[in-house]
Design a protein around this ligand. Structure first.
Ligand code: PLP
Length: 375
């Protein structure tokens, strides 16, 4: 089995050395500094593994259930701490899928499930979110693509990259669709908690025996570098399978990640951090909406949640070509072309980075490049 590179990562690799002066499209809240946690860290902490549980620190797993509103329906044993939501997705997909199984995924969507499924030799069935339908996941289409061979349905809620949001009713319908054929249902909630238009949907791990919820401290809390996330599933066999695979890759959790994430998710601290992330994300989003409205030919469906959305470029502009022009002199500005998501007429616009990000200055550069392109 060999995992192939996906377009999104290829673009990041190719452009790492470009040293842009500005980045448009921050996809996470402002990242706190280590100093913000020092007062709560124990200098006598032994830097071995946590020594208590291979699924992660129990108090951290308890906070994970609390932030997802799952404390009354799931047990701490249902939670596995992982190296980010990325590892949580990886462990579930690799242990569930066999060659010839079908996996149903959304497009545009987070590319991880597709590259892993293809490496395994599973059949990838795509459900298209249409821009004309505000990128909403068409559940009737999805239902028509689920068959007795469907082993896993993988979606993101909120959706990366469109910021669309499934409602509680949508998630309940997804559960019914999966249950009909006994499929596993993985809902990646890495952007949960940043809903702008509608409430946070319930987590599928609390609704379905084969429901898997993945998430992390990376986005709303900005703690991406901690590499700390989770998988929640009421099926002990699935959690154990994930522990077994992880034992053969990263073996155990990164103790600093666990300890700092535990502090970050303490209820009062978490509440304050989320209030800040929501306040600053909403302000940046309002600014982005105004900016998009002023650009000739550029449009977007305002994200209903999360920190990213897809902007449609003026007719005739290819996203790859535009992103590369923007990266070069005189703009020196990085943004992700929509081609990373099979959307070559779009660019990814982000409203992360918090209040200090100076979005206007960055957007002025993009506006200039668009104006120069028209000349
Ligand atoms: C939908 C989605 N899932 C997973 C990840 C990986 O996040 P983490 O840093 O938690 O591994 C990302 C990161 O961009 C994402 O957008």
């Amino acid at each position: 089995m060999k995992v192939k590179i996906h377009t999104l990562f290829q673009y990041l690799l190719e452009t790492t050395d470009a040293a842009p002066e500005a980045i448009v499209g921050f996809s996470l809240a402002e990242s706190p500094k280590l100093g913000a946690f020092l007062a709560d860290l124990d200098p006598d902490l032994v830097l071995d593994w946590n020594g208590r549980d291979f699924r992660g620190l129990p108090e951290l797993r308890d906070h994970v259930l609390s932030q997802a509103g799952l404390r009354s329906v799931c047990k701490i044993e249902d939670v596995l701490i992982t190296a980010g939501a990325a590892e949580a997705n990886y462990l579930a997909i690799m242990q569930l899928l066999q060659p010839g199984d079908e996996i149903v995924i959304e497009t545009p969507g987070w590319p991880q499930a597709e590259v892993l499924a293809r490496a395994i030799g599973a059949d990838v069935i795509k459900v298209t979110r249409q821009e004309t339908d505000n990128w909403h996941l068409p559940l009737d289409v999805l239902a028509s693509k689920v068959t007795p061979r469907t082993k896993l349905i993988f979606v993101t809620n909120p959706n990366n990259p469109t910021g669309d949001l499934l409602s509680a009713g949508d998630v309940a319908d997804l559960v019914k669709i999966a249950d009909k054929v006994g499929a596993w249902l993985l809902v990646d909630e890495v952007y949960a908690g940043l809903e702008w238009d509608g409430p946070r949907a319930p987590s599928v791990a609390g609704l379905y025996a084969r429901g898997i919820t993945t998430g992390s401290v990376s986005k709303a809390l900005g703690l991406q570098g901690l590499r700390t996330g989770w998988l929640i599933c009421p099926d002990p066999g699935l959690v154990m399978d994930a522990v077994i695979l992880r034992e053969n890759s990263s073996e155990i959790m990164n103790i600093m990640g666990e300890v700092i994430a535990e502090v970050a998710l303490r209820p009062e601290r978490y509440k304050q951090a989320m209030e800040k992330a929501r306040r600053e994300g909403a302000a940046n989003l309002a600014q982005m909406n105004q900016w998009v409205a002023k650009q000739d030919g550029l449009s977007w469906v305002t994200p209903r949640a999360g920190l990213i959305g897809l902007g449609r470029l003026p007719t005739g502009i290819d996203s790859d070509a535009f992103a590369r022009v923007l990266l070069a002199e005189p703009y020196r500005t990085f943004l992700l072309p929509g081609s990373a998501y099979d959307q070559p007429s779009h660019i990814r616009l982000g409203v992360g980075g918090g209040a200090q990000v100076n979005l206007q200055n960055r957007l002025n550069r993009v506006a200039q490049a668009l104006a120069d392109r028209r000349r």
